[in-house]
Design a protein around this ligand. Sequence first.
Ligand SMILES: C[C@H](O)[C@H](O)[C@H]1CNC2=NC(N)=NC(=O)C2=N1
Length: 97
Amino acid sequence: MTDLLTAEAVREKLGGLADWSGDPTQISRTVELGSFPAAIAVVDRVAEVAERLDHHPDIDIRWRTVTFRCVTHSAGGVTHRDVELARQIDDIVRSAR
Ligand SMILES: C[C@H](O)[C@H](O)[C@H]1CNC2=NC(N)=NC(=O)C2=N1
């Protein structure tokens, strides 16, 4: 199931993802960790989850600040797979703090 979410569905999903923002083209979250190694450790754990899900976020790393962007490239927008990935990123970030 990789159907594109409508603008309304994305808004509704973002209601349950307090730290995320976005629109039907992408959803994103920026996280500041305590150090560069801590940021890399989080990215490494996200990489494991992404491989397991076969769904990969776009990641921007700037010292200890990491931005995750989730979009289903093959579908050209946000799908439920991005919402699931976002939830798992939240779990990782929560346990890293
Ligand atoms: C073959 C494999 O399933 C695809 O290339 C996957 C891998 N990870 C992916 N991740 C994301 N975010 N979008 C995709 O379209 C995508 N495609």
